[in-house]
Design a protein around this ligand. Structure first.
Ligand code: 16G
Length: 258
């Protein structure tokens, strides 16, 4: 990192928003994003504390606190006598999810040994949007059950999901607290097949706050349509997934030609 860019890179304009938590947390989150999105690559030397404090316009204690958070998260390492540098992105910062199996968020996190949690941001029965009508095969007179959740693993927010289902499949949206698929399974409506569309997107200010990333950070937008074994579409989930922690992996095979 060159000093001439450092002033601009660390300018409070880049990382500080009043009312968004303590400075050290906002600074460490900003640097964390810069490391996980590749702006600061492995091996980059972290400038001396006094330079960071000067350009970021914060006290040295704030810098120290921000740095210890990054050290704790294994993102930077301290070398005796030669300062700190960016480490190779540790495996625990990326969650590899197979694209070929139909797992739920809760199951997937359990398999990985994380404790998952969800905050229900909103839920209720609504008039369907044109997209919901089209995908779920609903008429304008029918209603749709909608649940929006912020999903976390080990208390780190990872995904923001809005799920829409026909009301006969999910009559009570309040029943979805931990796992939607558990509720569906209990009523014999578990999906057996799904189609996912993945897009890159830049997170909006509102979503950035919920996901605890900087506004504009690249996230994966994944829309899943899931089907019963009868072929009926019963779930449309549109989610934003943190690209610094999520990695979706698809296995490809050569098609056999006779
Ligand atoms: C996953 C699914 C989402 C599904 C949810 C159910 C992706 C991209 N999305 O997050 O469509 O609604 O799992 O999880 O994998 P739950 O049973 O824990 O609520």
């Amino acid at each position: 990192m060159h000093l001439e860019n450092l002033e601009q890179f660390l300018s409070p304009k880049q990382w500080f928003q009043s009312g968004h938590g303590p400075r050290y947390r906002q600074l460490s989150r900003y640097l964390q994003t810069a490391i996980t999105d590749g702006t600061l690559t492995a091996g980059t030397q972290i400038p001396p504390e006094r330079d960071i404090a000067k350009f970021a316009n914060v006290s040295r204690v704030t810098v120290r606190n921000a740095m210890s958070k990054l050290i704790q998260e294994n993102l930077i390492a301290q070398k005796q006598g030669s300062g700190s540098y960016v480490r190779e992105l540790p495996a625990e910062h990326r969650l590899e999810q197979s694209l070929s199996s139909l797992t739920s968020f809760t199951e997937y996190m359990e398999q990985r040994g994380f404790s998952s949690s969800s905050i229900v941001l909103s839920h209720g029965i609504h008039r369907p949007t044109p997209n919901e009508m089209l995908i779920l095969g609903l008429s304008p007179q029918e209603k749709v059950a909608r649940v929006q959740r912020l999903r976390s693993a080990d208390n780190t927010p990872l995904a923001l999901e809005t799920s829409s289902l026909p009301v006969d499949i999910l009559p009570n949206t309040a029943s979805v607290d931990i796992s939607l698929y558990k509720v569906l399974r209990a009523s014999g409506n578990a999906p057996v097949r799904a189609i996912q569309r993945i897009n890159a997107n830049n997170v909006s200010a509102q979503h950035a706050e919920l996901l605890q990333v900087t506004k504009g950070t690249a996230v994966l937008q994944i829309d899943r349509t899931a089907y019963l074994d009868t072929g009926r579409p019963i779930e449309l989930t549109s989610g934003f997934y943190r690209s610094d922690v999520y990695e979706f992996v698809a296995e490809l095979r050569l098609e056999k030609h006779d």
